[in-house]
Design a protein around this ligand. Structure first.
Ligand code: PEP
Length: 252
């Protein structure tokens, strides 16, 4: 059976105190999450050590960073390397989020570098892909997503590809309250899996493909019931422990 994952992307929200409280609130309710579901939290860089201290000695939630540098180390003021993240320790890193692509000009070339740094340091990338509204409306969404996958993931060795988690996040659904229907999500997830199989064969059967975009307790069950939707990357709703836990509890 494929791994089921619910990951919370806190983005640039919470102070350290608030982030610690959120983590503690999640841990208090963690018994409600069915066995076999991997929970992951992705706080801002500044909170990683504090949150890691709270998670110490627990198997879950795992800890993710929201980004890493494309360079190894050196004179890159303000950057945070994959080795630094691994030393926290983080186990995951979100890469290719549409906000990074749009506001910080992260191209496929840069993302390939970042994924390689992450993998070299033992981090599992959560690699985000997705189309903007105009691309969906002009029926370009499959082409856009396949290019995003081809330009980055197809350059990886199969052994590295095995560690990758994909997140399909239609940009028009992120933070807008507008969720993809479960049919739209399933259609794209099945397409992504079939496309990945062109390069990686059977390995694509084991790749977790998460849905992201205004996922909340009221729609998670329907999305997660689809055969190729292996969980969610959750933004806004991950900032409330109860909502995050309810989403994680939505697998049938
Ligand atoms: C995200 O940014 O990864 C995301 C899914 O955000 P939201 O859930 O707020 O739409």
């Amino acid at each position: 059976m494929r791994e089921k994952i619910v990951a919370g992307n806190w983005k640039m929200n919470t102070t350290i105190r608030e982030g610690k409280k959120l983590t503690e609130d999640i841990l208090r309710g963690i018994e409600s999450v069915p066995a076999g579901i991997t929970l992951v939290v992705a706080p801002p860089f500044t909170h990683l050590s504090s949150v890691s201290g709270i998670l110490k000695d627990r198997n879950t939630p795992g800890l993710a960073a929201q980004n890493c540098a494309s360079a190894d180390k050196g004179a890159f003021t303000g950057e945070v390397s994959a080795a630094m993240l691994a030393s926290v320790p983080c186990q995951y890193v979100i890469l290719g989020h549409s906000e990074r692509r749009e506001y910080y000009g992260e191209t496929s070339e840069i993302l390939l570098e970042k994924i390689q740094r992450a993998l070299e340091n033992g981090l599992r990338p959560i690699f985000c892909v997705g189309e903007v509204l105009e691309e969906r409306e002009s029926d370009m969404h499959f082409q856009v997503v396949s290019s995003q996958l081809r330009e980055v993931l197809f350059r990886l060795d199969p052994d590295d590809f095995k560690k990758v988690i994909v997140a399909y996040e239609p940009v028009w659904a992120i933070g807008t309250g507008k969720t993809a229907t479960s049919e739209q999500a399933q259609e794209m997830h099945a397409f992504i899996r079939a496309f990945l199989a062109e390069s990686f064969g059977d390995l694509a059967e084991s790749t977790p493909i998460l849905y992201g975009g205004s996922c909340k307790p009221s729609n998670a069950a329907e999305l997660f019931a689809r055969p190729d939707v292996d969980g969610g990357l959750i933004g806004g709703a991950s900032l409330k422990a109860d909502d995050f836990l309810a989403i994680a509890g939505s697998f049938a």
